[in-house]
Design a protein around this ligand. Structure first.
Ligand SMILES: [Zn+2]
Length: 174
């Protein structure tokens, strides 16, 4: 890690890989989900506070984000998976398990097609080849790394949420 005199030059690492058209993915962990709100006016996501959440109460729609440790085009990374991709893979997994209960989504690679952009983005998932899944030791290491990285991100989203709630309540009292 280089030493910086000017800390404003430190770039935030892109921790998560978004899926693009033509990507082939392999999942090497279970899923980590977080509930968030996207705040359009500041173009930022914040964590949903659950019961009594300020953003839920203000009518902002809550959404889930899905994270996996895995490979995208052979490169090890943490995948940020859109909900539609998560559900398509999970639905196909049900068919796989009708034939063989021992198999799951981690025993295949998956092709991603992406059309459109922004709110009109549409993903289609195609089941690929049977693959050799990672050893249990790698799976466990991936799990720890996924929890470590995504929980830090979750913490940042929570801090941002608290900051905005505090700002708004201050503006209300002025
Ligand atoms: Zn909420």
């Amino acid at each position: 890690m280089p030493y910086y005199d000017d800390e404003s030059k430190v770039k935030r690492p892109t921790d998560f890989i978004k899926l693009e058209d033509g990507d082939v993915i392999i999942l090497q962990s279970n899923v980590y989900t977080i509930a968030t709100h996207f705040l359009n006016d500041i173009k930022r996501s914040v964590l949903c506070g659950g019961d009594g959440c300020y953003f839920c109460q203000n009518g902002n729609q809550m959404r889930y984000e899905y994270y996996y440790h895995g490979l995208v085009n052979g490169k090890k990374c943490i995948i940020r998976m859109p909900a539609s991709v998560f559900y398509q893979i999970s639905n196909q997994e049900k068919f796989i398990q009708k034939k063989d209960k021992k198999l799951d989504k981690r025993d295949f690679d998956w092709g991603i097609s992406k059309e459109g952009s922004g709110l009109n983005t549409k993903y289609t998932v195609t089941k690929g080849d049977r693959i050799k899944r990672v050893d249990d030791s790698v799976f466990e290491a991936n799990k720890k790394s996924l929890i470590n990285i995504v929980s830090k991100y979750e913490k940042r989203l929570e801090e941002k949420a608290l900051e905005i709630v505090a700002q708004d309540s201050q503006e209300d009292s002025e």
